[in-house]
Design a protein around this ligand. Structure first.
Ligand code: ADE
Length: 322
């Protein structure tokens, strides 16, 4: 199709471990525009052992893309191969590198991104009684169905406090894995976490090359409101920057997808944070969860927890939650 860039001028090495025959891929609707490319829903016939068709997501370049963008997509694919599989990340399933445009085939997440998901499921079981300086988002109240988790049913059920903690835990698990593979995400936010079958959360776009020199490319995705001050202003990147962003992501979860620092212009953010300001406790957050957010927002990166200890702590909280 002329809609998709023909990159046959490039010759890519064949990697038989990952190559998938492009005749067995039927491209469908556009799922979104990525940073530099396009993500399309597709059916992949026989990508797993049986011959059934599996819904997948396919990353590709847009028409008129540059060599740089081609290199970045190849890098992303190679990065995904190196990182390996984990339940809480969007896994690579295969690729089409021969005789046609480059297609990077990844897992499809049917429920879209976590931010939109939270916003469209703003029903929280009434048993939830948290006092906060934030107002409760205006949502319809539903009869108390405590004990029923969204994960247990197909109908749209109210999110329970436990669901929100499970979301926090799953993202921490995925990040613990990525950090163990020396991968720094650099743009961890609810918009970059996808909701798969059975409400399994999967971190997306962890393989992107985010090169600070390419500021035009970089600016398109990264929002300073998720970035640790030292990353925003000194370009110092470690997993501890991701921990800061994880704190902002927790805040997004427990506000059900609100916008962080709504009243602070991004240009004032540094001074705002330096003078010790932090976001208030979200309505749906317990004091315990808010303490975790504050620990992630420690000014000194060394004082922030790592993802291993966040996983341990959230595991305990999840086990003791009703
Ligand atoms: N949008 C972007 N990537 C996606 C994916 N893997 N699944 C569903 N929607 C997406």
């Amino acid at each position: 199709s002329s809609e998709f860039t023909d990159v046959s001028e490039y010759e890519l090495p064949l990697d038989t471990k990952w190559e998938f025959p492009r005749e067995r891929l039927v491209l469908g609707d556009r799922l979104g525009e990525g940073v530099f490319g396009l993500v399309v829903k597709a059916q992949a016939f026989g990508i797993f052992k049986d011959n059934n068709s599996v819904t997948v997501a396919v990353k590709m370049l847009k028409e008129g893309s540059t060599d740089r963008e081609m290199i970045d997509l190849i890098r992303e694919m190679e990065m995904m191969k190196l990182i390996g599989k984990h339940r809480n990340i969007i896994n690579l399933l295969g690729c089409c590198t021969q005789r046609g445009p480059l297609y990077v085939i990844v897992e499809f997440a049917p429920h879209g991104n976590l931010r939109d998901y939270l916003k469209s499921h703003r029903l929280v079981a009434c048993s939830f009684t948290c006092v906060s300086e934030y107002e409760r988002p205006t949502v319809a109240l539903v009869p108390n169905n405590s004990g029923t988790s969204v994960a247990e049913t197909n109908e749209q059920k109210a999110l329970t406090p436990k669901d929100l903690i499970s979301f926090a835990y799953q993202v921490a698990l995925g990040m613990e894995y990525l950090a163990s593979r020396q991968c720094i995400h650099r743009d961890l936010a609810a918009r970059n976490v996808l909701v798969a079958e059975e409400y399994v959360l999967k971190i997306a776009d962890f393989g992107l090359t985010r090169n600070l020199q390419q500021s035009d490319y970089y600016k398109k995705t990264t929002d300073g409101r998720w970035m640790a001050p030292e990353a925003l202003f000194d370009g110092k990147y470690t997993s501890k920057n991701d921990v800061w962003s994880y704190g902002v992501l927790l805040w997004e979860i427990f506000t059900l997808g609100e916008n962080p620092y709504p009243s602070v212009p991004v240009t004032d953010l540094f001074d705002h944070l330096r003078s010790g300001h932090r976001m208030k406790k979200p309505y749906y957050s317990t004091p315990e969860m808010y303490d975790i957010m504050l620990s992630c927002w420690q000014e000194d990166p060394n004082n922030r927890p790592d993802f291993n200890s966040l996983v341990q702590e959230l595991d305990k909280i999840l086990m003791s939650s009703v």
